[in-house]
Design a protein around this ligand. Structure first.
Ligand code: ADP
Length: 259
């Protein structure tokens, strides 16, 4: 260990040490701020469905339980609240893993048409409940891609779910796959729903960002859906796009690499 005798060198070293410490403290402060904001958002998201469930249970205990018809209705609503809580917790778990890079992509070769068809089959009922006509136009079949199948399925699910949630009664949602140059394909989910005003577009993919801040809408998810989508697609080094016009509709699309 060399002994520093030169005063100028010593001063420089002390200054460098102080600078490094300052950077370290700043980084810790940013992390702490981020952590606080994240926790604040989580408790906010959990509060609404928890209070809903509690409300129905308290009303039941207060006497509503004695009426058979009401009992069933309130229990069903409480169950819906629990279902929503489960969705939120699952999304939180996933976004935490994605944000900390704690997740590896399990790449494999698969047929994207099958994955989209699977999501279509699962969500068709949900769409029809809102009188939304869900269509999947298949021009090419099959289309082999290399990606993490489960995660891409989640991406398609989130996008189609959103188009149903923010779609209008009697509206349409179209899913399509198109070949691009450079051995790429693009998957598009297009709706004629409420659309998104320009000023919100740059922030849409931030976690917990919602256009309708009130959170009062019954169909609201966790506010994490698009953040999850962005992480997954960018994790694949692919691109996610959104085009939307308020009152007209939206189109979300993403690219994948063909084999
Ligand atoms: P949420 O759980 O609120 O749906 P997302 O991250 O999936 O969270 O979406 C963020 C916000 O983007 C939504 O709250 C909604 O305001 C808007 N949004 C997403 N998809 C659509 C769509 N297809 N049409 C209109 N608005 C949408």
């Amino acid at each position: 260990q060399p002994v520093t005798t030169d005063m100028a060198t010593l001063t420089r070293e002390v200054q460098k040490f102080a600078r490094d410490k300052k950077v370290e403290i700043e980084t810790l402060k940013i992390r702490e701020e981020y952590r606080r904001e994240f926790l604040g958002n989580i408790s906010h998201e959990l509060k609404t469905p928890l209070f809903t469930v509690q409300g129905y249970l308290l009303t039941l205990l207060d006497g509503a339980m004695d009426d058979k018809a009401i009992r069933k209705k309130y229990l069903q609503r409480a169950e819906k609240g629990v279902e929503r809580l489960i969705y939120i917790v699952k999304d939180l778990d996933l976004i935490t893993k994605l944000e900390t890079g704690d997740i590896n992509l399990a790449l494999s070769e698969f047929n994207i048409v099958d994955v989209v068809q699977g999501v279509f089959d699962l969500l068709e009922m949900r769409a029809s409940k809102k009188n939304i006509s869900l269509t999947f136009d298949i021009k090419y079949k099959p289309i082999k891609v290399i990606a993490d199948q489960e995660k891409i399925q989640q991406v398609v699910t989130n996008l189609v779910m959103n188009s149903i949630k923010y779609g209008k009664q009697g509206g349409t949602t179209e899913i399509s796959i198109e070949d691009l140059v450079n051995n790429k394909i693009i998957v598009r989910v297009t709706d004629n729903g409420e659309g998104i005003a320009k000023q919100h577009i740059p922030r849409l993919f931030e976690r917990f960002y919602r256009v309708d801040k009130s959170g009062a809408r019954s169909e609201g998810g966790s506010g994490l859906g698009l953040a999850i989508v962005k992480h997954i697609i960018e994790g694949h080094e692919e691109k996610i796009y959104v085009e939307s016009q308020f009152g007209v509709g939206s189109e979300f699309s993403f690219t994948l690499e063909k084999t």
